[in-house]
Ligand binder design. Structure first.
Ligand code: AMP
Length: 286
């Protein structure tokens, strides 16, 4: 596996591949790899001729300087893991390569990017995500870019950006990878103390309770939320929302597949998680 740090070198490497008509997959990441990242890389490896993994801790999407400073960084381990998974290139540019002097352009998605994570982390968060993802898609021009359902709103925002800007890459979304006890894998989990790790299980427990309630036939959002909060222990959610999975409009009744999303501060770490709520068909009147 090769590590590339400049856009010029990345384009040079891709030029040779394209000339041979090979397909390219991109997995955008901020590093500190875990099994969630691995699953995206594995899928890309299976489907594409060449796999590029980008590793860039994007300062533009952090609203909190402390969170950016504390973000785990482990490039040497990441490179070894990516190489083991058959990744061809780790694209790990420095900040000055992505945001050189004179950088003044921002890509933002209205509406969808302003609720939930957008409201909590501020309007700059998804603008930072979109700007860097747009740049990565322009630099690599992948046939397919791979994202995790763990960041459900990010997926919705990126898909909308790609559609609105006619970016010719397919966005493929893979399921959230969890620990056996349900905790969604996150690079931030390493900062949880054992006690906080235990409390953090409240997020997935709450989401699963909502999923079970909907699978049993509950369609009323208030009742589903109540079922979720009852299982969240002392986790104090920043938001617990049930929304349409494409528009992120809040729902009052669950009549079609919906998303329940939660964010909560647990000790030093802000965690997010979500699951799809799949309503059972309404009984047919006889
Ligand atoms: P990050 O490095 O946190 O920016 O994540 C890079 C990619 O991995 C994003 O598309 C995330 O949604 C995805 N990802 C992060 N955690 C998980 C997980 N537990 N399961 C599946 N994908 C994940």
């Amino acid at each position: 596996m090769r590590t590339i740090r400049t856009i010029a070198e990345m384009r040079g490497w891709l030029g040779n591949l394209r000339a041979e008509g090979r397909s390219v997959g991109l997995v955008p990441t901020m590093g500190a790899f875990h099994a969630g990242h691995h699953s995206l890389m594995r899928e890309a490896r299976e489907e594409m001729d060449a796999v590029v993994v980008s590793l860039f801790v994007n300062p533009a999407q952090f609203n909190d300087a402390g969170d950016l400073a504390a973000y785990p960084r482990s490039e040497a381990n990441d490179a070894a893991e990516a190489a083991d998974l058959g990744v061809d290139v780790l694209f790990a540019p420095p900040v000055s390569e992505v945001y050189p002097d004179g950088f003044a352009t921002t890509v933002s998605v209205a509406g969808l990017a302003e609720v939930l994570e957008g409201a909590e982390r501020g309007p700059g968060h998804f603008a930072g995500v979109c700007t860097v993802v747009c740049k990565l898609l322009n630099i690599v021009s992948p046939d397919v870019a791979y994202f995790g359902q763990k960041d459900a709103q990010q997926v919705a925002v990126v898909k909308r950006m790609v559609r609105n800007l006619d970016i010719p890459s397919k966005i493929e979304v893979l399921p959230t990878v969890r620990e056996p006890d349900g905790l969604a894998l996150s690079s931030r989990n390493v900062r949880l103390s054992p006690a906080d790790r235990e409390r953090a299980l409240g997020l997935s427990r709450g989401l699963n309770a909502a999923k079970d309630a909907v699978a049993r036939g509950e369609r009323d959002v208030l009742a589903v939320r109540t079922a979720a909060t009852a299982q969240m222990g002392d986790v104090d959610a920043e938001y617990l929302a049930i929304v349409d999975p494409v528009s992120f409009t809040p729902l009052t009744t669950i009549a079609a597949p919906a998303l329940i999303l939660v964010a909560a501060q647990v000790g030093p770490v802000r965690l997010i998680d979500n699951v799809v709520l799949q309503p059972v068909p309404a009984p047919v009147a006889t």
